[in-house]
Write a protein that binds this ligand. Structure first.
Ligand code: BGC
Length: 803
């Protein structure tokens, strides 16, 4: 063999060997550090039942005696103390961090993992303490729908996104959704649902706004509490996330949110506070970002002083996935559980426990909180989950709740549709409805009802020419219509190209249809923020499609309805005059198409109201100057590995740090203060009937304010109305918003002409403001105006009270 050839082969061979060795080394590192490092802590399977003195129990540690922690007649407190006293230091430290992401990847033996669950609380086999399974997320459970070697499926119900649920302004309904979600989790063996999300819509471009409820903390708090109560009444926990000020995805793992104490207390913390006060969730998830210079997951002021000492939170705080940098500092600050857990964290905790950097008291406090959660779980009661949730019943709840949260923005006597109409569906999303956002808030549902299917199910005729044009477009763009599945679906938004009909196609469609329905679709999610062009604003194709459709239909004396199948606010002011009606259908979960058809057909009278403002321009938001403009995203690698802080002079505004210069002026608080015109105000939404408010009575009690108001349906269709109570402090000595939402309630369905007295109550403490100088809540004395209204810009009825 030629000498050079020989040398080349040797070099190539060595390189290959090196690559293979590096690969194997990397894999071993990954496996030992992130995946299987808890091999010895697997759930004990053969626990015997014993009867002593006529009491039957599970002899979890196999000592043939009844220990206090095995006795469920004893209090959780006493059982947790007993368990704690029996644990070794090593067992305690194992409990402080999850068992890695193996279970999420479905790695491990069935019985030891639930594929798709994203984390666990590690079992303690010696004491017979079971594994606790954690699974996303806010719009429904997210576990893997199929399992190796099994024919059956494990689909979950995709419920509507949180912003839609908040648009219902109906706490009972949100409770019902939570109840269904909780029972689904219970039946699939999941102990804690990682949701709901309670961050505030600080700016419309946060990619995860769909997972969050509102720009208003009261609405956020009340909706979140209803969801938590609904889920937890099943004996399944929640993790209210992401605590706190995680309002952008751009560099979310390192971003430092620079927020005033007042804005924190009155806006960003307040929703969480209401949830803790009204629902005492099992867990809260600390967010990735820093607040005022320190990672939330390591911030004792937020996690202990505020959350526990001020608000009385009794549950556990868990980190967001790979969140926080310094494991012992996290435990010391009150972040009890590190998820999903890594070997590096295990080592750091062990070392800190040994050298005293982490106190025994901090370890025991966190361990005891975790033990209390485990002891209170259904797993501990040996609940025999059947993997058979009532998906049919939950689909009905999904449909009903989706319909109730859709918001009718405009209606020039088009809707409800007449029964016999032939409907031309324009826009690819009409045929391919979006159920929810991407990322961990995505759900693996069995199906998604499109608008086309929904309208067909409701008995409408779908225009053949429009459908044919769509089918041809789809066939011509086959690859782009390939929906990503599983992990891929989580991070890769599905965005097939829009179809603009040719003049001939449109002419045929208009000639053969009675009405046009045009859907605009948007999708976003974890990992990225939104942008102006083609996202907030309609793309050029969409503008063309909208103008062409409206002109052609209207020239023929026919009307056009726009359906918005979106997860976050878009620009509407520049085009809203063109169509005859606009329905904000949001992303309604798997039954979205049926629910939209329920509204369009009039089977359900719309009663949704906006939980955020639709501005004229995005720049109108006070936060706009301090929000990342480029749709930047999180960095996966730095999330897992952690990064070093950049020197101050290298830090980039809105990426490395974000100044919340707008303070408390978020959403309508800002638009009202500056008297800015908006496209659709906070709290607004139309109905097919009309309502009148009258007879406002406001009674000041010792600690609370009671409001009664009469609501009458003055139109000719049955429907529900939302009563919104706002407070104003005239002659305030401090800078305050013009008005703030204090309470709300939804009427039952009122028949035409029927009235109902709506009674609302809220604590006087809700009228306080955060006094930064005194570092406490303050109640201004004197006159307050209480307004009962149908939306934030409605003059409504007012009464002055004096405190
Ligand atoms: C998200 C959380 C989620 C967790 C587990 C994180 O990336 O921020 O919301 O619960 O992953 O999937």
């Amino acid at each position: 063999m030629n000498k050079w050839l020989k040398i080349t082969l040797i070099v190539l061979g060595s390189l290959l060997l090196l690559v293979a060795m590096a690969g194997a080394g990397g894999w071993m590192y990954l496996k030992n550090t992130f995946l299987d490092f808890e091999k010895n802590y697997t759930e004990k399977q053969d626990i015997q039942e014993l009867t002593i003195d006529a009491y039957t129990f599970l002899d979890r540690n196999g000592n043939e005696q009844l220990d206090i922690y095995e006795d469920d007649r004893r209090s959780i407190e006493a059982r947790a103390d007993d368990l704690l006293s029996k644990m070794t230091q090593e067992e305690k430290i194992h409990l402080l961090k999850g068992s890695g992401i193996a279970s999420a990847l479905g790695r491990g033996e069935i019985g030891q993992v639930i594929p798709g669950a994203v984390g666990t609380i590690v079992p303690t086999p010696r004491l017979g303490i079971p594994t606790i399974y954690l699974s996303d997320g806010p719009a429904g459970l997210r576990i893997q729908p199929t399992r190796k070697g099994e024919d059956r499926t494990y689909y979950c119900t995709a419920f509507p996104i949180a912003s839609l649920l908040a648009s219902s302004w109906n706490k009972d309904l949100v409770y019902q959704v939570g109840d269904a979600m909780g029972s689904e989790a219970l039946e699939y063996g999941i102990d804690v649902i990682l949701g709901p999300g309670a961050n505030i819509h600080r700016h419309p471009f946060c990619g995860r706004n769909f997972e969050y409820y509102s720009e208003d903390p009261l609405l956020t708090g009340k909706m979140g509490a209803a969801m938590v109560n609904g889920i937890e009444d099943n004996g399944v926990g929640t993790s209210v996330k992401h605590f706190v000020a995680n309002n952008q995805e751009t560099n979310r793992n390192n971003n430092n949110a620079i927020v005033s104490d007042r804005a924190l207390r009155e806006i960003y913390l307040r929703g969480f506070q209401i949830i803790v006060e009204d629902a005492q969730p099992w867990t809260i998830m600390s967010s990735y970002n820093k607040v005022n210079g320190s990672y939330v997951a390591e911030n004792e002021i937020l996690l202990t002083d505020v959350l526990r000492d001020d608000w009385g939170f009794e549950g556990i705080v868990m980190s967001d996935w790979f969140g926080g940098r310094d494991a012992p500092a996290m435990i010391s600050a009150g972040n009890d559980l590190l998820e999903p857990g890594t070997k590096l964290q295990w080592k750091a905790l062990k070392k800190a426990a040994e050298n005293g950097a982490l106190s025994q008291e901090a370890i025991d406090t966190s361990v005891k909180r975790i033990l209390k959660l485990i002891l209170g779980s259904k797993k501990m009661q040996n609940y025999d989950y059947g993997n058979d949730p009532n998906l049919a019943a939950h689909a009905k709840i999904a449909r009903q709740s989706a319909a109730e949260g859709m918001v009718l923005l405009k209606n020039n006597a088009v809707l409800p549709l007449r029964e016999t109409q032939n409907i031309a569906l324009i826009g690819v999303t009409s045929y391919d409805f979006i159920a929810g956002g991407t990322g961990s808030g995505d759900v693996n549902e069995a199906y998604t009802i499109s608008l086309e299917q929904g309208l067909s199910n409701a008995g409408f005729e779908v225009n053949a020419a429009a459908k044919q044009a769509f089918e041809t477009h789809k066939a011509n763009n086959e690859k782009a219509f390939d929906k990503p599945e599983g992990m891929q679906a989580m991070f890769q938004p599905y965005d097939p190209p829009e179809l603009v009909l040719t003049q001939e196609q449109l002419a045929e469609v208009v000639a053969t249809a009675d009405i046009g329905i045009l859907t605009i679709g948007r999708n976003s999610g974890e990992g990225g923020d939104r942008i102006v062009e083609g996202d907030f604003r309609l793309s050029e194709e969409e503008q063309e499609m909208l103008s062409n459709t409206c002109e052609a239909f209207q020239a023929a004396g026919k009307q056009v309805v726009v359906v918005l199948n979106i997860g976050g606010v878009i620009e509407t002011a520049s085009w809203k005059e063109q169509p005859d009606a606009i329905l904000l259908a949001w992303q309604g979960g798997q039954e979205g198409g049926n629910a939209a058809a329920d509204i369009l057909s009039g089977k359900v009278n719309p009663s949704g109201k906006l939980p955020m403002t639709f501005p004229i321009e995005v720049e109108d938001h006070a936060s706009h100057d301090n929000f990342p403009p480029g749709g930047g995203s999180m960095d996966m690698l730095s999330m897992i590995r952690g990064t070093k802080d950049k020197p101050l002079d290298e830090q980039v505004a809105n990426v490395d740090f974000t100044r919340y210069e707008e303070g408390i002026y978020v959403g309508y608080r800002h638009f009202d203060k500056e008297a800015l015109e908006v496209s659709y105000p906070f709290g607004s939404g139309l109905s097919y009937t009309d309502f009148d408010l009258s007879d406002l009575v406001v009674i000041v009690r010792e600690d609370s304010i009671l409001v009664n108001v009469e609501v009458q349906n003055t139109g000719d269709r049955p429907g529900k109305e939302v009563v919104q109570i706002y407070s104003t402090k005239p002659d305030s000595q401090i800078d305050r918003p013009e008005q703030e939402l204090q309470a709300f309630a939804k009427t039952p369905v009122l028949a035409p002409g029927a009235s109902a007295t709506v009674t609302l109550q809220f604590p006087i403490s809700y009228l306080r403001y955060w006094d930064e100088d005194g570092d406490r809540w303050q109640l201004e004395e004197g006159k307050y105006q209480i307004k009962a209204a149908k939306d934030s810009r409605d003059a409504g009825l007012t009464i002055d009270i004096v405190l």
